[in-house]
Design a protein around this ligand. Structure first.
Ligand code: ZN
Length: 180
């Protein structure tokens, strides 16, 4: 992997996410999440595929910032853009419909998109278990866990290490949440 390109992606995503915050109590900077997802790919998944790692860093830019697909293509290339697009929800649809589509389309995604998606889900459920949005009820947290599990069922086969990490975190998390 080319450190310069990875750094360029981090800088790009950090600028695009700007002052966006995570929804947890501490209101951490949003950029922590995509950086965490990319780190999960490398550290846990042992993935050294530069396209997947850069796509993980950029994975929420199309969905949650003003970034245009052409910008990503111009700076990071067609392959990266296509993975980012695969993991981007269509925001013109209702939240319920988007969630349903994530479950339905997961098995049809490319290998890289599946890997990015599972790293994204690991990062997200980790937050929901240990540092959730302050206004979420327990019911909503459990529901989110279940939905993430359903999405990941469609991603199985893309990377055993990531799958194991997700399933372990999921079952630990369910135990912790149910004991509360
Ligand atoms: Zn994400």
């Amino acid at each position: 992997m080319d450190a310069k390109k990875i750094l360029k992606a981090v800088h790009f995503a950090a600028q695009k996410h700007g002052s966006q915050k995570r929804k947890n109590k501490r209101e951490l900077p949003y950029i922590l999440h995509p950086v965490e997802a990319a780190n999960i790919l490398v550290e846990i998944g042992k993935i050294e595929d530069e396209v997947a790692v850069i796509a993980a860093i950029l994975h929420d830019t199309l969905e949650d910032t003003e970034t245009k697909p052409e910008e990503i293509e111009e700076i990071f290339g067609k392959e990266v853009l296509s993975v980012v697009q695969e993991v981007t929800d269509d925001k013109s649809l209702s939240k319920e419909e988007r969630k349903r589509l994530q479950v339905e389309t997961a098995p049809k995604k490319s290998l890289r998109a599946k890997q990015v998606k599972i790293a994204d889900k690991i990062s997200n459920i980790d937050s929901v278990i240990y540092d959730p949005p302050y206004y979420w009820t327990m019911e909503r947290r459990l529901e989110y866990m279940q939905w993430s599990y359903d999405v990941v069922q469609g991603l199985l086969g893309c990377n055993l290490l990531l799958e194991d990490a997700f399933l372990k975190l999921y079952s630990d998390g369910m135990k912790i949440l149910r004991e509360k």
